[in-house]
Design a binder for this molecule. Structure first.
Ligand SMILES: [Zn+2]
Length: 260
């Protein structure tokens, strides 16, 4: 069974100290354990560049480049940042802009600042005709509003935490929905319901490693190979085999990221 982890932070500092062999070993082990495709996610300029380097080091690894809402205060000029991203995204292994969006959970970054970067990166996606990965934490209404402002831009809501109704609305707008390890948590009633309403051709899976480690490893260091637990849980919830979920999420991800 081959799996596609559409969202992992394999360059995270935790792997250098907590995983034997560090990032490179983590990726090569994941690939040999059947996670044949991984998109490594940027959250700032620096690790967006690292994502591209990793993508060139490993077949099956691709890069996402973008500024996470929690990182927007690191920069002085949004236009300079956009220009740098535009250059980076010319790379053949940079397949998506992300992760971008809004995080209202921690109130340490002003919402207006988050909104400026979100909108500028949506404009860039429109200009470059590239998909986006949205980080939406407790900001469902404002994220949905931004999506509607850019009908030409398509993307995915990663580690989806919205309602089944919101999932259906996004699907209608042409978007994809990605589920992480949170769907395996016992008390995750809403994501479990949401994953049942997403049509087969819009479903993606991810780990968000090193975060959101799925059951039965909840609380531990997450890694791409654990995407199999999310795959299994979704299969159970939808009443199909895990092989079927692996196959459709692989096809969907290749289509979404325009990978041959
Ligand atoms: Zn992430």
């Amino acid at each position: 069974m081959e799996l596609f982890d559409t969202h992992a932070h394999c360059d995270d500092a935790r792997y250098a100290t907590e995983y034997e062999g560090g990032t490179d070993k983590l990726i090569s082990n994941s690939i040999s354990e059947g996670v044949t495709h991984i998109v490594n996610i940027g959250t700032c300029l620096e690790n967006s560049r690292v994502s591209i380097e990793l993508a060139h080091k490993f077949d099956g690894v691709y890069a996402s480049c973008g500024i996470h809402p929690s990182d927007v205060l690191s920069y002085e000029s949004v236009d300079d940042v956009i220009n740098e991203l535009r250059e980076m995204l010319k790379d053949e292994k940079a397949v998506v802009i992300g992760e971008i969006g809004l995080d209202y959970h921690y109130d340490d970054v002003p919402r207006e600042a988050q909104m400026i970067y979100f909108e500028k990166q949506m404009e860039l996606a429109k200009e470059l005709n590239m998909p986006v990965i949205i980080h939406d934490r407790e900001a469902h209404g404002d994220c949905l509003e931004m999506v509607k402002k850019f009908p030409e831009v398509k993307g995915v809501f990663h580690s989806f935490s919205g309602s089944p109704e919101m999932a259906s609305e996004l699907v209608k707008l042409g978007w994809y929905i990605s589920f992480s390890g949170t769907v395996t948590f016992k008390n995750a009633r809403v994501p479990k319901e949401a994953c049942k309403v997403v049509p087969s051709d819009r479903l993606l899976i991810e780990t968000d490693a090193p975060y959101l480690c799925p059951t039965p490893h909840r609380g531990e260091l997450n890694m791409p190979s654990y995407v199999k637990f999310t795959c299994e849980e979704i299969a159970n919830l939808r009443g199909v085999t895990k092989e079927e979920i692996a196959k459709i999420t692989m096809e969907n991800a290749k289509r979404f990221f325009k990978i041959k």
